[in-house]
Design a protein. Structure first.
Lengths: 30, 224
């Protein structure tokens, strides 16, 4: 169960970080 | 260790496929980007420069948003819409939110039910829609990211072509934004309709996405 929870949290964090990264790249006009 | 890998095989395998495909997208995207740069008289860019460019961000985000839109719509619409004979549908007479008893919610929760399923009020309401809602939030976030990064990428091309850059509202009402959006949506909607209809008549032995091989075409809401 601990492994499933770690995978779940890793996915949530990855998605949040990925979307924030894309938005920052867009706002930085690179 | 081995059982932990086995217990998480599906997520680990798709996670690895995702990373490999994303890397491949970056490598091939860089090659295409540099071809365009050279043919328009610009300088080629490095791998690092490309994966931190708005062009790469927009390409990735536009695919993400369509996938999350697909799951968001699918999760919510299958509450009410049914399809006779499909594994993707529940039984025809169960359309709707169903009773607390059928959903093991509130007073019908079991000892091992999630904590918020046992509560009443806003926590249970939130938890009862958490799967679709999270898909919806990622969809909106990805679509927003596509619009912001897509605008930056579009404007860098506009500037290279000696044309005027566009504002964000200008970009989200542009042909470029909607063409990129709809070319992803159409394939998702076709794939969902295909899965709904193919699963009525076709079988895949051992797959939970299929009915059992011998199940009748009219049986609905059964998974193998």
């Amino acid at each position: 169960v601990a492994a499933q929870k770690a995978l779940f949290l890793a996915l949530v964090l990855f998605l949040a970080a990925g979307l924030a990264y894309f938005i920052v790249l867009g706002l930085a006009h690179r | 260790m081995r059982s932990r890998l086995r217990d998480n095989g599906l997520s680990l395998f798709f996670g690895a496929l995702f990373l490999a495909a994303l890397f491949g997208e970056a490598v091939s995207g860089l090659a295409g980007f540099n071809n365009d740069q050279l043919s328009s008289g610009g300088d080629p860019v490095s791998f690092w420069h490309y994966v931190t460019s708005s062009s790469f961000a927009a390409d990735v985000a536009e695919n993400w948003q369509s996938e999350y839109l697909q799951f968001f719509l699918y999760i919510f619409l299958t509450v009410w819409l049914v399809q006779r004979g499909s594994t993707e549908s529940k039984e025809l007479d169960r359309a709707g939110l169903e009773s607390d008893e059928e959903q093991k919610a509130g007073p019908h929760a079991q000892d091992d039910s999630p904590r918020w399923a046992k509560t009443v009020g806003w926590r249970r309401t939130v938890y009862s829609s958490s799967l679709g809602s999270v898909m919806g939030v990622v969809f909106v976030g990805s679509w927003l990211a596509q619009s912001v990064a897509g605008r930056a990428a579009y404007n860098s091309q506009q500037i290279a072509d000696f044309s005027d850059p566009v504002s964000w509202p200008g970009y989200v009402t542009s042909a470029d934004f909607w063409n990129r959006t709809l070319q992803n949506w159409q394939s998702e909607f076709l794939a969902v309709a295909s899965m709904v209809l193919f699963s009525i008549y076709l079988r895949q032995r051992g797959s939970p996405e299929s009915k059992p091989v011998g199940a009748s075409h009219s049986s609905t809401g059964t998974e193998g």
